[in-house]
Design a binder for this molecule. Structure first.
Ligand code: ADE
Ligand code: ZN
Length: 334
């Protein structure tokens, strides 16, 4: 066997090892979890060029690529196929609980955001039953869309609180709008019994993570730049707030220069709970299992600590108690 083959065989072994770990995938944007073959087929059918993947000149170029994926979802049949494929892929990755984020207001296949959720939630639950994955939806508030949108999105999420929506999120460019601007929307979500899981501490620094903590959030998507302020790290560790960390996303979007320079090991070392996620799998060329492999092979996180990461993901999810209990019982056997 030549050395390249040995490397490939070792990587395949590592992939199998971490795919076998029961885990929750808590940070993934639905449209950007589209399979590449599906993207190519739909672009061909619609007569549009396949967008460049994994290489973006800046965050705006990345958001443009994301927007193109949303635009491809122009019929309910495509949305249904997307959900089925994303949830089937999750099952193959050892995901027992999948919390997928999307912005229903941007859905072009339906007449309204309400109609979008009325379709998406039962379709996701149905695919979840077929593939053996519990699913919950996170309604994302788009930072770029203004305060009225934030309140509308939170009210919309609240109306679907007992039908599959589990939380509200906050996405797009942090530098445009601080997390505190969404305080009122978060309060609406919380009053409806929903979780609050904003993106913070990705493009902006640790003060945004502190603000999120002060707003009483349940988890933080990314949050990695907390590492720049030990007091913020202490707060995260004391309160057990889980960061949904996506290393490859942070490298592709230039938050860190390489996986080797990523602060995941430091966060874990000081006792901050972390889950691993792929964020936008198609746009970053990774799935959640790849991120476990990266953490192990390129960031020096031990397999035993990665079992604890999987445990944190399950415990920090909004999945029902029985789903968590079964997954945690299986984790002990790994
Ligand atoms: N939407 C999708 N991916 C995102 C990211 N990494 N940061 C902010 N918003 C996003
Ligand atoms: Zn994200």
């Amino acid at each position: 066997m030549i050395s390249g083959d040995i490397g490939a065989a070792r990587r395949a072994d590592a992939y199998r090892q971490f795919a076998g770990l029961p885990k929750a995938h808590l940070h993934v944007h639905l449209e950007a979890a589209m399979r590449e073959a599906t993207l190519r087929q739909w672009c061909m059918e619609d007569g549009i060029e396949v967008p460049p993947l994994v290489d973006y000149v800046d965050f705006t170029a990345f958001l443009d690529a994301y927007g193109l994926l949303i635009g491809l979802l122009r019929t309910p049949a495509r949305v249904e196929r997307l959900l089925d494929e994303v949830i089937a892929d999750a099952a193959a990755q050892g995901v027992v609980a999948l919390e997928f984020a999307s912005i229903p207001e941007k859905s072009v296949a339906f007449g309204s955001a309400e109609e979008a959720l009325e379709f998406i939630l039962p379709a996701a639950a149905d695919a979840g039953r077929r593939h053996g994955v519990w699913t919950g939806a996170i309604v994302s508030i788009d930072r770029g869309a203004g305060p009225d949108h934030a309140l509308d999105a939170a009210r919309l999420a609240a109306r679907f609180a007992d039908r599959g929506v589990v939380a509200v999120g906050l996405v797009a460019d942090e530098r445009d709008s601080p997390v505190a601007a969404a305080a009122k929307a978060f309060a609406i979500a919380r009053d409806a019994g929903l979780g609050v899981v904003p993106h913070a501490g990705e493009l902006a620094g640790p003060d945004e993570v502190r603000s999120a903590i002060e707003l009483g959030v349940d988890r933080i998507q990314h949050g990695v730049r907390a590492v720049e302020d030990p007091r913020v790290l202490d707060l995260l560790a004391e309160r057990g707030i889980c960061l949904d960390v996506c290393p490859t996303s942070n490298v592709v979007l230039d938050v860190y220069p390489s996986l080797e320079a990523h602060p995941l090991p430091d966060l874990l070392e000081v006792g901050v709970r972390c889950s691993l996620g792929a964020d936008d799998p198609l746009l970053f060329g990774v799935d959640v299992v790849n991120e476990y492999v990266h953490a192990h092979e390129r960031m020096g996180v031990s397999a035993a600590v990665l079992v604890e990461v999987a445990r944190a993901s399950i415990e920090s999810s909004f999945a029902p108690a029985e789903v968590k209990r079964d997954a945690l019982a299986r984790l002990v056997e790994v």
